[in-house]
Design a protein around this ligand. Structure first.
Ligand code: ZN
Length: 228
């Protein structure tokens, strides 16, 4: 079964359609917390000495098409814009120098978070999943073939909400760079073709409301989506 979430024919190039990543559904989304210094400060968190990893299940994935759904349960959902990597080759205890070769595509994702619940879970010493792994907690754009990206550690990305810029980042400011990050992840969890890695959010996270209009950019690429 092809994964509908990144099956966007208009960006396909023939070479990449043959890679496993586009034929396999994600088994998981691996996320990195606190990978940008300014964001760790805005939430009063310490800067980590090794990557803080957590996961979202495949059921959290939804396509960031021109509209996407936010649960309508009265809770406050917050956005975190992140560069997302689509994995094309299995990575298990991979050395850094082999990791970038396993990236098939690059896109953007929102690491949706029920911030108040996350705060409560953190202070109780409980896992975060209820606040970050719910159905629909990971809207993703289509993935651009990695050969269109000059430097994974130099990607500019931003989020505008209702025509105001709320987040802007460059992956060169990540505390843990792409190759180190993927190596570390693969030492903890095997990454399979089709898996997605979220690489952390810069500062500017905040609340999302229905009818918000989002504009996302990754280098020259733009997407627009309305929250419903
Ligand atoms: Zn995040």
């Amino acid at each position: 079964m092809k994964n509908q979430y990144w099956f966007y024919p208009e960006i396909f190039n023939t070479k990449l359609t043959q890679t496993d990543a586009f034929d396999n559904p994600a088994s998981k989304v691996v996320c990195v917390g606190r990978n940008y210094v300014e964001h760790t400060k805005e939430l009063n968190n310490p800067v980590p000495s090794s990557p803080l990893l957590f996961m979202k299940p495949s059921t959290s994935l939804i396509a960031m098409t021109p509209q996407f759904n936010l649960p309508d349960d009265g809770r406050a959902y917050h956005y975190e814009l992140e560069v997302a990597l689509l994995i094309g080759k299995k990575l298990n205890h991979a050395e850094e120098k082999f990791t970038l070769d396993a990236v098939a595509g690059v896109g953007l994702a929102l690491d949706l978070t029920i911030r108040e619940l996350q705060g409560q879970l953190k202070s109780d010493g409980h896992p975060w999943e209820k606040a970050k792994a719910f159905d629909g907690a990971c809207p993703v754009t289509e993935f651009l073939p990695v050969n269109l990206i000059d430097d994974l550690n130099g990607i500019e990305f931003s989020l505008h909400k209702n025509n105001q810029q709320v987040q802007a980042g460059n992956t060169r400011n990540m505390i843990f760079k792409m190759d180190y990050l993927l190596s570390e992840i693969s030492r903890n969890f095997t990454l399979l073709p089709g898996d997605i890695v979220l690489t952390g959010t810069p500062e500017g996270v905040g609340r999302l409301r229905s009818s918000d209009v989002l504009q996302l950019s990754l280098n020259q690429q733009r997407w627009q989506s309305t929250v419903i």
